[in-house]
Structure formats: C-alpha cells, structure tokens
Design a protein around this ligand. Structure first.
Ligand code: SAM
Ligand code: ZN
Length: 295
C-alpha cells in the first residue's frame, strides 16, 4: 500500500498546474514525487506526512501543537459539526460542485478538521470529486492536519502569498483566521464564492464569563470585519449560527487549550474551570458569503 507521503505527493502531481512559485510566480511541477520545483529552480520538498512547506523563513506563530490537537479533539467529538454543516449547506446552495470537479481552499485551516468534514460531506452529497486544499502558516497545524486520512493537499504557507495560480479555486473558506482579500480575489474563480467565518458576541461567552468575570475587554464585534469584507467582495448574505453544547469533563482541558482566550487568564481561574464536571459552551458565529465584485 502506498504511504501517505506518496499518496499525497501523487495528488499534488495530479494537480500540479494549480501551483505557482511563491517567490517568482512562475509555474511549478512535482518532480519524482519528492519536490515542488518552479521554472527558476526554487525547490520545496514534500515532507513526511505528505505536505509541502513553501515558507522561506520560519514564521513566528503563537499557535502550537497543543492548541491544534485540542481543536482536533473537540472537532472529533462534534463540537464544530453545526459549523461544518452550515458551511457545506452554503456551498451547496451556491451550486457547488459546478460541474464534475470542485476545488476548495481553506485559508488558515489550522489542523484541518473543518476542511476534511466539508469535503467529505460535499463529496457524499454530490458524488463528484472535491479537492480540498488546506493552507496555514503554522507548521504544527499542517502536521496535525496530515494525520487524518482524508485526501487533501496540505501546505505551510502565508495566506498573503499563496502558492497557487490565479482563479484556482471555486470556493475559499476563511474560518476564524486573518484574511488577505486581494489574494483571495486573485485565487478565486470568476463565479466562485468566498465564505468568511467571524465570531459574534456569544462566542464562548460562558468561558469568557468564568475566566474574566464578564470583564473581558475583548468583546467580539463583527461589524468592522463585515465592512472590510464588503469593500472587497459583494456580500451576498450572512448566516448566523448559534448553538450551545454541554461539554463533559474530558473536553474542558481541550476547550481551554484550543482558544487564545485563555492565554491572558489567571492560572487559578483556569484551575477552577477544569474542576467543573461539565460546562455548557456556546458557539456564536457569522458566515459572510461573497462573490467577486462585478467590474
Ligand atoms: C484561530 S485559528 C483558526 C484555525 C481553523 N480555521 C479553525 O477554525 O480551527 C487561526 C489560524 O490562522 C492561522 N494564520 C494566522 N496568520 C496566517 C497567515 N498569514 N497565513 C496563513 N495562516 C495564518 C494560524 O496559524 C491559525 O491556525
Ligand atoms: Zn520560483
């Protein structure tokens, strides 16, 4: 049986025409299922696990392996299922897959659970092949993503300089991550859709209340984000998602670890939270759906 690295290198080979060198913007090819090489010889090796790192210097990212594994654990227990469901519904509603093939980029995919679930659901519903491409600047996130079975292209890259050619994607997902709209516009096909997920006021409100006695200064306001989004794309609709789940004891530590919210909290507060038997936790988000502006 082919190992993961070879399997994923073959997938990259099959789709090599979508790659573009992040340094000189020329076309790239996969050689010997080992490296991605551009016309000018810039070379990026395919790593064990089958991802490619196209960054040229080690970026400083605050997100570590522990955070990504905690997110993965919560995702595996269904904590984000309504979100991946809503995103899949929205893609379907937009007519995806358009024909017999569809490519989806998750820009800032982290440990890749959302992308993997969405690709799986869309493929099951439509019967058409769906190519998922996950990109994140944090190597720890991409390494964690490659541990899942789903076939996808995973790469460590800056979403402001993505290693793909113009109009390579029918859909771009951008979930709780920074954006670079000029780059998203370049990467999106003319009739493609971009879905941006932003937190709303109720996002993890119980945890914030517990850790900061409700005095948390970092209240979420999604209006600025929506405004920035609409200055680059035609905002066609927004879908609000709000749900609460009771997390049992075993998920409280992952909940604390998966969010930067707890970085500023007092240790005592975190300890007290971890002693709870369970905790109701709310997810409250907005999905902004946009299309390229008509010029
Ligand atoms: C809060 S996490 C969300 C991850 C994932 N979308 C999720 O919902 O689980 C934000 C992610 O954005 C990534 N990120 C931040 N700046 C980035 C950049 N310039 N290029 C690519 N990814 C970036 C981080 O590494 C991190 O994985
Ligand atoms: Zn190059």
């Amino acid at each position: 049986m082919m190992n993961k690295k070879l399997k994923r290198a073959s997938l990259m080979k099959r789709h090599e025409t979508m790659f573009q060198c992040p340094i000189c913007a020329t076309n790239m090819a996969v050689t010997d299922l080992k490296s991605l090489i551009c016309k000018n010889g810039h070379t990026f090796d395919i790593a064990r696990g089958g991802y490619v790192n196209v960054t040229t210097h080690a970026p400083s990212v605050k997100y570590d392996k522990e955070l990504f594994e905690a997110r993965r654990m919560l995702a595996a227990r269904g904590f984000f299922e309504p979100l991946s469901g809503a995103l899949t519904d929205r893609l379907e509603q937009a007519g995806l897959p358009f024909c017999n093939f569809v490519s989806i980029l998750d820009a800032g995919c982290g440990e890749g659970s959302h992308l993997a679930r969405i690709v799986e659901k869309l493929q099951m519903r439509s019967g058409s092949p769906v190519l998922g491409v996950g990109l994140d600047l944090a190597k720890a996130g991409i390494v964690s993503a490659t541990k899942q079975e789903r076939e996808a292209i995973w790469c460590v890259a800056d979403l402001a300089a993505a290693p793909f050619r113009n109009r390579s994607f029918d859909a771009i997902l951008n979930i709780l991550s920074p954006s670079n709209y000029a780059e998203f516009e370049r990467l999106l096909s003319d009739d493609g859709i971009v879905l941006k997920v932003i937190p709303k006021s109720g996002y993890l409100k119980e945890l914030r209340g517990f850790l900061y006695d409700g005095l948390d200064k970092q209240a979420y306001t999604s209006e600025d984000a929506a405004e920035r989004f609409s200055s680059h794309f035609d905002l066609i609709d927004r879908t609000e998602i709000a749900y609460s789940k009771r997390l049992d004891q075993s998920l409280l530590a992952p909940l604390i670890k998966m969010t930067p919210l707890s970085w500023r909290a007092e240790k005592e507060r975190i300890k007290a939270f971890l002693k709870k038997e369970s905790a109701v936790t709310t997810v409250h988000l907005d999905i902004l759906a946009g299309r390229k502006k008509t010029k």
